[in-house]
Design a protein around this ligand. Structure first.
Ligand code: MRU
Length: 355
């Protein structure tokens, strides 16, 4: 029995505040964080209370609406409200560098602000307009995920066994999910599925979040250490791998949670199709290839310990990239809301992207 409505209430606007489902507390507790200002929202994004590329984009869009709301409520002029939105944009843009959805959403809401102020709109209407834009981005994300889910579901045979990495589900998006959205759409058509979820070191998005939400949705899920994925693929048990993405370059090189690249190599080694499910907002056609994607480096302590307990010997350092880049040649196809895009990606992706 699900404890939350679906699509999941990952981010919401509530009476002049941004409310996020605190993913650091899952699966044990369902706790909502209320962000009354932009620094509080930035902190929630940096701590991964709200995480996953599309969800970060949606949260950031509401963040700009929040900045405008606070400025307008404080009695600032339209120009000063616009300046507050610009300052909030810079803060939000500095939270996490890899997910392109963040920068796309900020650009879109900021462009709406510029247009409205140029048209002579006052601060209160400006704030209302930015909230409408953020809500639009949120609704569109759910809609895109539903559509990409339906496109991907057609690829899954009945009784398919799927391996996934990290969490590219409802929790990582506006509420429905990309890689897991494909599974939900297949489930809706009556297909029976079996899902293996990589634990996903060091923060266990697979073991904590993917396992939680699949179980919530009534799907059978088995967690494994990502180091066990090679043996699992070698056993022949897996029909396909499906992951999400944080940024897809114009040639199809794909940044996603660290560990995705080795998984793609293993899938290739064992002849298992490797699909990446992502909406248009994750495609970055301005970046020619994966070499241009900034990879977030996170605190060493995430690797050197767990749950506040330091487990490595004192004085030992750690390298903690949050993402890696899977070369396009290892991707079988991209599952998008505009259908399944196959190689050569330089051609199939050429007209794709958020515009
Ligand atoms: O560090 P995270 O938890 O934000 O990383 C998330 C991922 O890598 C997801 O796979 C990706 O953002 C796609 S979410 C639909």
């Amino acid at each position: 029995m699900s404890r939350l409505p679906f699509p999941f209430p990952v981010v919401a606007w509530d009476a002049g505040r941004v409310v996020v489902l605190d993913q650091t507390r899952l699966p044990d507790r369902i706790v909502f964080l209320t962000c009354a200002d932009v620094p509080a929202l930035c902190d929630a994004i940096v701590r991964l209370a709200v995480r996953g590329a599309p969800a970060i984009g949606v949260a950031a869009a509401y963040g700009l609406a929040l900045a405008a709301h606070r400025a307008a409520t404080a009695g600032l002029t339209a120009d000063a409200t616009l300046a507050a939105v610009g300052a909030a944009r810079r803060l939000l843009a500095s939270t996490r560098p890899t997910a392109v959805n963040l920068f796309w959403a900020l650009r879109r809401v900021a462009a709406r602000a510029d247009t409205m102020v140029a048209a002579g709109v006052g601060p209160t209407d400006l704030a209302a307009g930015l909230l409408a834009e953020a809500r639009g981005i949120h609704e569109e994300d759910i809609d895109m995920c539903r559509r990409l889910g339906a496109a991907g579901a057609a690829l899954l045979p009945d009784c398919a066994t799927v391996l996934t990495h990290c969490n590219a589900g409802g929790l990582a998006t506006g509420g429905y999910g990309t890689a897991l959205g494909v599974l939900y759409a297949a489930q809706q058509t009556g297909k029976t599925l079996r899902v293996f979820a990589d634990e996903t070191r060091p923060l266990l998005q697979g073991a904590r979040l993917t396992a939680w939400e699949l179980a919530e949705r009534g799907l059978e899920v088995t967690v494994l250490c990502e180091g066990a994925a090679g043996s699992l693929l070698q056993s022949g048990a897996i029909d396909m791998v499906i992951t999400g993405a944080d940024r897809i370059a114009a040639n199809g090189d794909t940044a996603n949670k660290v560990g995705t690249y080795p998984l793609a190599v293993l899938a290739d080694r064992h002849g298992v199709p490797f699909y990446v499910a992502a909406p248009a907002s994750t495609f970055d056609l301005a970046t020619p290839d994966g070499g241009g994607i900034a990879i977030e480096l996170r605190d060493a302590e995430e690797v050197l310990g767990f749950g506040g307990v330091h487990t490595a010997p004192a004085g030992v350092g750690a390298w903690n990239p949050a993402f890696d880049v899977t070369p396009a040649e290892l991707v079988t196809a991209f599952i998008t809301e505009r259908g399944v895009l196959r190689p050569p990606f330089s051609a199939s992706l050429a007209t794709f992207g958020p515009g």
